[in-house]
Design a binder for this molecule. Sequence first.
Ligand code: ASP
Length: 316
Amino acid sequence: MACLVIHGGAGTIPRASLTPEGHQAARDGLRDALRAGWAVLGQGGLALDAVQAAVVALENHPSFNAGHGAVLNAAGEHELDAAIMDGRDRRAGAVASARYIRNPVLAARRVMEASDCVLVSATGADEFAREQGLDMVEQSYFTTPLRQQHWQRAHEEKAGLLKRERTEAEKHGTVGAVALDDLGNLAAATSTGGYTYKRVGRVGDAPVIGAGTYAANDVVAVSCTGLGELFIRRGTAQDIAARILYRGDDLSSAAAAAIADLTADGAGAGLIAVDAAGAMAMPHNTEGMYRGSVTADGVLSVGIYSDDFAAVETIG
Ligand code: ASP
């Protein structure tokens, strides 16, 4: 009965702006992340380990705005946010504005398991990760030529010099995973570089438990993507849990209602969620959202737009 859902960000990718190579690279990245997560779940492993494995794979892939390939802030630097939550006991860990941690989701996991904090930020996050023996990298590890271009265009826009509007893909993105394991446990993880040209020190919803990331056994696991400030104000991920828990909503109407609220706020938004019965939801109000799933029978599917979500393979 295990299942896995991932996303690589919504609000992205007007069809015309994605080259065939970019399209294929993103699809391959999604497939590999699903395989990494399923390598855990398919063996009867924990949802917590599966979401971590999937998010590490997405952080390592340059197509997505997290880890290698993350966007640059207003100062031309990377500040990375990530969180992980274990639905078994609702323990959670997160890092915000980390600068040198190769895989921020691993630091979030260490915060959960090896500290008495939920959220550690900035230099404190980097120091903690170093103490924990995690892989540390120079900022240049995260930078790709594409993200530099995006920063440059945002800079020109700021100076009033940009002729064409920036695409959503240039502005933001996130990666995330939610899973249910064979024991009925739920878990969620999210990781992001945030918004291109964001204010130095700005923290989005991804590391805010209950906003961009949430998991509670017997209820739901959620990972969000879109303008973080709105998810924080609405407490979106926990709002979905509340709709299910207190109103008895089913997953798809709870998730759709959350997206409708964000749409009313004018936000491009998306999320992935899985409930205790293995129902999955991937609603988004944007033209595209990188996403994928593996169902209990091992069918792996990926898609970017509303009409291209399709099975790719069956894995054991
Ligand atoms: N939610 C992320 C943030 O606000 C960005 C995104 O998902 O596109 O940092």
